[in-house]
Design a protein around this ligand. Structure first.
Ligand code: HEC
Length: 173
């Protein structure tokens, strides 16, 4: 009787150990995925989500680092290069929402979505290359041009954002 009870508690303890090992494994895996190039493989269920959880995140990092975090070390330049390249991949996704988010728009407006997204993509790529090559002088002008792309799309499709959100940060006193 006693030994049966002990057997049982040993089994329960073993199960608990196995379970916690599994949980740690799952947690570590999830964590690794979040820390890695998560953004590039992340699915966004809608355009606002792509903006909020993808594009905004990268842009905030870039503007903080380029405008407010000098001097730029080699390590920071590498992070800028990586973030800008993620932003480029995210820009490619904007036009995929033409059939959903932008479905109420027609011809010219949809062409604007394509054009501005493509320009954003090109600028993000240039920014990534400039950072990777240590071309510090080009970073601010490129980021300003990039921000103008956010603005030109928002002022067409989401008026209130173009004023509040994407005012050039460096003009703030
Ligand atoms: C081609 C169009 C387009 C471009 C380019 C674009 N956006 Fe947007 N963005 C939108 C639209 C449309 C919305 C409004 C979504 C909604 O209805 O909530 C939006 C919303 C947002 C939001 C608000 C998200 C939320 O719901 O909280 C942020 C933040 C944002 N954009 C950041 C940016 C930044 C930063 C850039 C440039 C690096 C950028 N966007 C470029 C179209 C664009």
């Amino acid at each position: 009787m006693i030994s049966a009870t002990r057997d049982r508690s040993v089994r329960v303890a073993q199960a608990a150990v196995i379970l916690s090992v599994l949980l740690v494994g799952i947690f570590a895996q999830t964590h690794a995925r979040v820390k890695g190039s998560a953004t590039s493989s992340k699915e966004f269920t809608s355009l606002p989500q792509l903006m909020k959880d993808g594009i905004h995140e990268q842009f905030t990092f870039l503007s903080f680092t380029i405008w407010h975090d000098s001097p730029l070390t080699k390590q920071k330049l590498n992070s800028v290069a990586k973030s800008a390249s993620l932003l480029q991949e995210l820009a490619v996704r904007i036009p995929t929402y033409k059939a959903s988010y932008f479905s109420k728009y027609r011809g010219e407006d949809l062409a604007l979505v394509d054009a501005v997204s493509a320009e954003m993509e090109t600028l993000a790529l240039s920014l990534s290359h400039a950072a990777a090559n240590g071309d510090e002088k080009s970073l601010e002008p490129l980021l300003t041009q990039l921000e103008e792309k956010c603005n030109s799309c928002h002022s067409k499709f989401k008026q209130e954002l173009s004023i509040q959100n994407v005012e050039p940060t460096q003009l703030k006193k």
